[in-house]
Design a protein around this ligand. Structure first.
Ligand SMILES: *Cc1c(COP(=O)(O)O)cnc(C)c1O
Length: 377
């Protein structure tokens, strides 16, 4: 049986909403469907507001502009993440200081942050890997003690919570993704959550090409003008229309994913007890969205063999990030040639299993059989 790694799950009204957007005939951003998306995201996250963006990368770009960084400023970020977490700040002249990760969640190791702080450190950028929260109490306490900002990369964290609070609302600024590979998809889309209302107003200017057009739309001014840095960060209405149909169903999309996650977790528990691998863990206080189910094998070569074995049976199992501190661009930026052993081992030894909202028990059974047979050999 062929099992894909990922598939989008249609909720039913995607085409209807796209047709409606076309018949309204206003395809630029800021229309009915963008407002609908923003209302659902803000309500889900219990956030005062949510700004829809063209991607999580562009939401992080806005966050980086909001941080008023100067050349030579530093930010602390886990090495095990996607490039966008880092690039947005690098583009503003800041230098990444890479932190190792925890072996259980693959999130930033909160106990290793403080020793990386220097007089140039301006912010901490935690990444909620797999939609499982970082230890945000510890991280925000360090940030408060040293006067640092916290920008959360919650790209994978829509419908995930830490102590009942939605990811992306625990720090100063949060960025969400609705990329085609995430749980709730718009194709290419994201959102920005900003706690401080003054900063949120500024985020609106930056998102709208550095203009105060939002104030013109509200009727507060009769002509808008150039007031800030900015770019074109607002998605078109067709993307928003598709996303709105998905967002309306985010609870059921997430619930069915969690069911699939729990299936793997339960079925693979005996193999973990026998010591063949470790499953990713969800710490107490965290409620995940089952974005990723991963296992960490005992060695990189074992992970590679299992991956090849699954591939020969048409079943996709994937590794994930190359730790950023070891990438060519880190060298170019002059980052020190340090070892971050937990991330290096996990990156080489982990595998993600196929998961999506519409995955069937038969598909999951086929995935688990490959793993069971592999370790029974
Ligand atoms: C997907 C992802 C991004 C980028 O999201 P886009 O919406 O594609 O820009 C950033 N960070 C992490 C951790 C991601 O998983």
């Amino acid at each position: 049986m062929k099992v894909n790694f990922n598939k989008i799950t249609l909720c039913g009204r995607e085409l209807e909403y796209i047709k409606e957007a076309i018949s309204i005939g206003r395809l630029e951003g800021g229309g009915k469907f963008m407002k609908m998306c923003e209302a659902i995201i803000a309500e889900t996250a219990s956030s005062e507001s949510a700004l829809l963006t063209t991607s999580c990368t562009s939401a992080t770009d806005i966050a980086a502009i909001l941080c008023d960084l100067k050349d030579g400023d530093e930010f602390i970020v886990p090495t095990y993440t996607f490039v966008s977490t880092v690039n947005s700040f690098v583009l503003r002249g800041a230098k990444p200081v890479f932190c190792d990760i925890r072996p259980d969640t693959l999130n930033i190791d909160e106990t290793k942050i403080e020793s990386l702080i220097t007089p140039r450190t301006k912010l901490i950028v935690p990444v909620h890997y797999a939609g499982v929260s970082c230890q945000m109490d510890a991280i925000t306490a360090i940030a408060k003690r040293y006067g640092l900002k916290v920008v959360e990369d919650a790209a994978q964290g829509f419908c995930s919570y830490y102590k009942g609070k939605h990811l992306g609302t625990l720090g100063d600024i949060g960025a969400l993704s609705f990329h085609g590979t995430k749980n709730v998809v718009g194709g290419e889309a994201g959102a920005l959550l900003v706690k401080d209302p003054m900063l949120c107003e500024r985020a609106n200017f930056i998102r709208e090409k550095g203009t105060n057009r939002i104030r013109f739309i509200r009727g507060e001014i009769d002509k808008y003008t150039w007031v800030d840095y900015g770019s074109s960060f607002i998605p078109g209405e067709l993307i928003s229309a598709f996303l709105a149909a998905q967002l309306e169903n985010s609870k059921s999309l997430t619930d069915s994913r969690i069911k699939a996650w729990e299936y793997y977790d339960k079925r693979l528990e005996p193999l973990e007890r026998e010591g063949f691998f470790k499953r990713g863990k969800i710490p107490p206080d965290c409620k995940g969205n089952a974005h990723i189910f991963f296992i960490i094998c005992k060695s990189p070569s074992e992970a590679q063999s299992l991956r090849d074995c699954a591939k020969s049976q048409d079943i996709a199992m994937l590794s994930h990030y190359a730790p950023l501190h070891s990438c060519p661009m880190a060298k170019r930026l002059g980052c020190p040639d340090t070892r971050l052993p937990v991330a290096e081992f996990a990156a080489a030894s982990m595998l993600r299993l196929p998961i999506y909202s519409s995955i069937t028990p038969g598909e999951q059974d086929a995935v688990c059989k490959v793993i069971e047979d592999f370790f029974a050999r």
